[in-house]
Ligand binder design. Sequence first.
Ligand SMILES: C[S@@+](CC[C@H](N)C(=O)[O-])C[C@H]1O[C@@H](n2cnc3c(N)ncnc32)[C@H](O)[C@@H]1O
Length: 220
Amino acid sequence: MFGAVAPRYDLLNHLLSASLDRLWRRRAAAAVTPTEGPILDLCCGTGDQAVAIHRRGGEVVAADFCVPMLALAQRKYRKLDRRPPVGLAGDALELPFAGARFAGVTVSFGLRNVTDLDGALAEIQRVLEPGGRAAILEFTVPRNRLLRGIYLFYFRRVLPLVGRLISPSRSAYSYLPESVLEFPQREGFVERMERAGLTGGAWSDLSGGIVALYTAQRAP
Ligand SMILES: C[S@@+](CC[C@H](N)C(=O)[O-])C[C@H]1O[C@@H](n2cnc3c(N)ncnc32)[C@H](O)[C@@H]1O
């Protein structure tokens, strides 16, 4: 599915979020920088989160198991001025890295798609160095009733329609709302991070609660 959506992925991301995704990514990047050590951007897709970290001076390794997505990320990185992020093929459930290798890990809109959330969180905790920070972005359903109504209408009706018109994959943008509604949110997600051994779990609502930024760290 991700291979099929890759060519139009950036266009749809910016269009469907009215470019708010750039702001969300900057917030996630700020949560793991500055730091001396390398940062892993997991489920990197076309690489925008890694670029946001790179712009804040972070040394980034970007990983994804979808080669067409990675190829687009690599093309983007080649246009950057300083030494670009490294892009690697890697499965979030079996990361090709030694333990305690990274000072930070980010995952933007990726964990919802991994088949085993607890397994992926355990891998994040394993590759983080003691005291290393994790920052995770995910869609959430707003708590405000009015906003929630508008959001659900947009998510269930408008977004799949625009996705079907623009994306080469007809089903991917119908899958998106279902996957968001089924995924643990806010306190529920923080509990899962802590169950995986991460500490100091917290969340903050972004843009009225349509997205949450989750943060935690590996115990020092
Ligand atoms: C919705 S995209 C998000 C991409 C990017 N992080 C962003 O913010 O635009 C989800 C990404 O997760 C990747 N993914 C899903 N399951 C994965 C896994 N088990 N290991 C590595 N990548 C995975 C997909 O290939 C896809 O590129």
